[in-house]
Design a protein around this ligand. Structure first.
Ligand code: HEC
Length: 366
């Protein structure tokens, strides 16, 4: 279709302004507008009107965020927030939240943090791993009247950036971290990837449970101990151990690291034990971690799931997928370390570790 056909078609579509656009027509209109491109559409009032209608019809959906991005539309903050709150862990929701932070729309986000959508807002902010979220989140930590679930989500969100983690550490040092969030803060800060923060956190907020005060028995002895697969499964999915936050077993858990549904056919107990105790000893192919520095100073860390001519797609811990345009990247480097944290064995007893090994080795090819 060329411009001579497209413009009247889109103009006709806007005549029945009060009527919702039928789904089949909507797809055609989006395609037509996309083909014309932002320059032509923004220069033509009729086309702008058509775009406005399409936006109304896509409100609350990932398509809406894509259109706002593609046509560099201003004044769409309320619609962006709607998607960000509806899909806080989804690519579109996270992209919407980033737009809000980038557009200095802090007021809108702050209002959302004060209202009934506070939890989803905090989760969405955490998923952006954007340091501009830190000053918006911090006040909630010094407000003991807010719900515990929200305050915990705020701790988690802060721990996603070096700036936020530093603030958490500062509060812990000044003994200003509420008792309700101290445990979570310890768990989060002991698992961050910034060595200086991790070291100080281990002193200020010792790892949760701290169940393995004594060094582990020799590996040969560990491997001879008898384990209980059922207890092992419970440990696997326990919040403080957190295997399920990165690995799926039979579709349960978050899809971030390799699925472990058949790991018992791939690795023996000795190799499983090494994978848990020394994740960086043998990083699985395709799961190398990348650190990506953006020109605006932001930093992303995760797995590169696709690398196209003009953009790369990163998956960060939590399973959130983010597209980054290559022109926005200042530097990117593959790290030698695994994204899987060290010290996980410290979150369980020796017997639980043995049980976990037993559980993993029962996960065989069907
Ligand atoms: C923060 C995310 C994260 C957490 C938490 C995590 N892992 Fe991992 N794990 C990974 C990633 C990423 C890899 C792939 C890179 C590598 O091999 O180190 C991996 C690799 C593995 C492997 C090797 C898989 C293979 O196919 O070779 C095993 C086994 C494993 N993890 C078990 C566990 C267990 C058990 C736990 C809980 C005690 C756990 N992981 C917690 C991210 C995580």
């Amino acid at each position: 279709m060329n411009l001579r056909v497209l413009v009247p078609l889109l103009a006709a579509a806007t005549i029945f302004a009060a009527e919702p656009i039928a789904p089949e027509r909507l797809a055609t209109m989006i395609e037509a507008l996309t083909r014309l491109g932002p320059e032509k559409v923004n220069a033509n009032p009729k086309l702008q009107e058509a775009l406005g209608k399409v936006l109304d019809a896509t409100r609350g959906t990932p398509q809406f965020v894509k259109l706002v991005d593609e046509f560099q539309m201003k004044g769409q903050e309320a619609g962006l927030l709607e998607v960000a709150l509806k899909l806080p862990a989804d690519e579109a929701g996270v992209a919407a939240m980033r737009f809000l932070l980038a557009g200095n729309e802090a007021k809108l986000v702050t209002a959302a943090l004060a209202g009934t959508n506070a939890l989803a807002t905090a989760q969405g902010l955490g998923n952006t791993a954007d340091k501009r979220a830190v000053p918006l989140l911090l006040p909630i930590l010094s407000d003991a009247k807010r719900e515990v679930a929200l305050r915990k989500a705020v701790v988690h969100a802060l721990a996603q950036t070096q700036e936020g983690a530093t603030e958490l550490l500062r509060l812990a040092r000044a003994e200003k971290l509420g008792a309700d969030v101290k445990f979570v803060a310890g768990a989060e800060l002991n698992a961050v990837r910034w060595p200086a923060i991790k070291t100080e956190a281990a002193k200020l907020l010792p790892p949760p449970a701290g169940q393995n005060e004594k060094p582990l028995p020799p590996l040969a002895e560990l491997l001879k101990m008898k384990g209980d697969a059922k207890n092992g499964a419970a440990a696997y999915f326990r919040e403080s151990v957190g295997c399920g936050k990165c690995h799926q077993v039979d579709g349960k858990g978050i899809d971030f690291g390799p699925a472990l549904s058949e790991i018992g056919s791939k690795l023996g107990k000795d190799a499983l034990l090494e994978a848990i105790l020394e994740p960086s000893a043998g990083v699985s192919f395709g799961y190398e971690a990348w650190s990506v520095e953006l020109k605006n100073g932001d930093e992303l860390f995760g797995l590169v799931v696709s690398d196209a001519a003009d953009e790369i797609t990163l998956k960060t811990v939590g399973g959130v997928v983010t597209r980054v345009k290559k022109v926005d990247i200042a530097k990117r480097a593959q790290t030698k370390l695994s994204v899987m944290p060290t010290g996980l064995a410290q979150t369980m007893t020796v017997q639980e570790l043995v049980d976990l090994l037993e559980f993993l080795s029962t996960l065989k090819k069907k």
